[in-house]
Design a protein around this ligand. Structure first.
Ligand SMILES: Nc1nc2c(ncn2[C@@H]2O[C@H](COP(=O)(O)OP(=O)(O)OP(=O)(O)O)[C@@H](O)[C@H]2O)c(=O)[nH]1
Ligand SMILES: [Mg+2]
Length: 527
């Protein structure tokens, strides 16, 4: 079973050195990382354990300014590899990373006491005692990334821990949070991430959320090797032809179509580490978005997000405000705006509340509150619409056909209107009057097409040619000179207009079924 493991630990404690000693791969590939001797971005390396288990290692930066990057790297992994410099012992980010791992639900892992080559026996023993207290139940292994001492013990300890670990959520619909996107010559945009659930194979159709874009997978790789399908628990690289690199970024999710919806609100059961301020960064998947916190009692909160995330019930979030202030378990994604302790308690007990439409046994179900919110939003759009056509397009969603009849709005064509709503001129009354005053037999150019359509329906104007209009009186006048077999020239002379005008009028009569063109002449059609 493939698994992912994320490093954790204070800056300079030897994470990247240890990953390189284990895997042979130096994950500090950015020039700035090499120049400064610290990790800045996430690094990735494959590791095969002695029992054959394939593990993907995510190396995270330890610098306190990059904890947000560490959270993105640790989200969705199965195990941790906490690295502590034996000479220094646990330092601030040792504690913070450990807290983040616990908030993310990454409970199992190994502690590596590094730099054992430059630590004496007493120092090592002290460090070991501290580590055992810090992470009860985890194996603690003394190693050196420099000399390679203890690496076999570490591999064995990882294998033992990995064998007891199952990647959670394997059977849920496909979900991957993008941690990198880049362009490869001849291939196009490639995105990578940890596959949280489901599987991804060549030719699959997926959605990039919350951007709402459909993409097709050209090819899939797991650690630089092509595979037919990648499975949950693997680190995956996916080629997406026809997608710009800027169209898919860290924080986006690649998901099975229709399986997850972006949400601007999350109900969460809080796990506070400190007072939770009113504004926090919510870390979910590889996304980091600002949110307002609406506390509900002291155990729950509704997070109102500045940008949507693709979350699901049971997901973990980490809340940060300068430092890590706590976390939470998602009780509902897309809950009602009204934050109710009762609802959250029920959700925590396991009762599910449907809010936004979900398909249950083949039927769409939704809450009254959700419907009210949708209706209010549509009515706001209707009020802002052109009074000449006071409607809004029917929402482009799978549930639209089921929901629309419950909205109390009137469906005309592909648009929704308030029942009985009629088009009105609104502020264009003056423009309409001015236009009418100009109309006669000579066609007048009308720039405002909806206005022309409205006035024509009202019997106040007749449209001719491409964007021109004449008065209804002129139309009748022209009609009165029509005679069976009349030619364009005769019609023109009888009316005393130019050839172009005569042409436009005759075409309109043809369109209205008054005349029919036969050779050079018009014959009158009898109703
Ligand atoms: N003697 C000795 N030095 C080590 C060992 N491991 C790492 N170092 C040194 O410690 C320094 C920091 O090592 P890194 O591996 O970059 O530390 P890191 O934890 O990845 O640091 P950040 O990613 O910036 O948090 C480097 O100078 C390493 O050469 C070790 O086992 N023994
Ligand atoms: Mg590093």
């Amino acid at each position: 079973m493939p698994l992912t493991v994320a490093t954790a630990g204070h800056i300079d404690h030897g994470k990247t050195t240890l990953v390189e000693a284990l895997t042979g791969k130096n994950t500090d590939r950015l020039p700035e990382e090499q120049a400064r001797g610290i990790s800045i971005d996430l690094g990735y390396a494959p590791l095969e354990l002695p029992d054959g288990t394939q593990v993907s290692v995510v190396d995270v930066p330890g610098h306190e300014r990059f904890v947000r990057t560490m959270v993105a790297g640790a989200a969705g992994v199965d195990l941790f590899l906490l690295v502590i410099d034996a000479n220094e012992g646990a330092r601030p980010q040792t504690h913070e990373h450990l807290a983040v791992l616990r908030l993310l639900g990454v409970e199992r892992g190994i502690v590596a006491l590094t730099k054992s080559d430059v630590a004496d026996a007493d120092t090592l023993e002290l460090a070991r005692a501290e580590a055992e207290e810090l992470v009860p139940g985890a194996a603690v292994v003394a190693v050196s990334g420099r000399t390679g001492a203890g690496l076999d013990d570490l591999r064995a300890a990882l294998a033992a821990t990995a064998s007891a670990q199952e990647h959670a959520g394997r059977d849920a619909p496909t979900r991957l949070y993008v941690d990198r996107s880049f362009t490869l010559r001849g291939i196009g945009t490639v995105v990578t991430g940890t596959l949280w659930s489901g599987s991804i194979g060549e030719g699959d159709e997926l959605r990039v959320e919350p951007r709402g874009r459909t993409v097709r997978v050209r090819s899939v790789q797991v650690h630089d090797r092509p595979v037919e399908r990648a499975n949950a628990g693997q680190r995956v690289a996916i080629a997406l032809p026809g997608v710009e690199r800027s169209d898919v970024r860290r924080g986006d999710a690649l998901v099975a179509p229709g399986a997850y919806r972006p949400s601007y609100r999350l109900d969460v059961a809080l796990e506070p580490l400190a007072d939770i301020p009113a504004r926090v960064h919510v870390h979910h998947g590889t996304a980091d978005v600002l949110a307002r916190v609406i506390l509900v009692g002291d155990r729950y909160a509704q997070l109102r997000l500045a940008a949507p995330v693709v979350a699901s019930r049971g997901d973990r979030v980490v809340l940060r405000a300068g430092t890590t202030v706590g976390g939470g378990v998602v009780l509902a994604a897309n809950p009602a705006r009204h934050a109710s302790a009762e609802r959250m308690e029920a959700a925590e007990r396991g009762d599910t509340f449907v809010h936004a439409p979900e398909r249950v046994d083949g039927n769409w179900v939704w809450s009254e509150e959700w419907l009210d919110e949708l209706r209010a939003g549509l009515e706001r759009s209707i009020d802002a619409a052109d009074p000449l056509d006071p409607g809004v397009p029917v929402p482009a969603a799978e549930w639209a056909r089921a929901v629309v009849p419950h909205l109390g709005l009137e469906l005309r064509g592909a648009k929704l209107y308030r029942p009985g709503a009629a088009a009105t001129l609104g502020v264009r009354a003056d423009a309409a009057a001015a236009l009418e005053a100009q109309l006669g037999l000579e066609p007048v150019k009308v720039e405002d097409a909806p206005l022309a359509r409205f006035l024509e329906n009202d019997g106040r104007l007749v449209r001719v040619g491409d964007g021109y209009a004449i008065s209804p009186q002129a139309y009748e006048q022209a009609r009165s000179v029509l005679a069976d077999g009349i030619t364009l020239a005769q019609f023109r002379d009888a009316l005393g207009v130019g050839r172009k005008t005569a042409q436009m009028l005759l075409e309109r009569f043809d369109a209205d079924g008054v005349t029919r063109r036969v050779g050079d002449a018009r014959v009158l059609r009898r109703r």
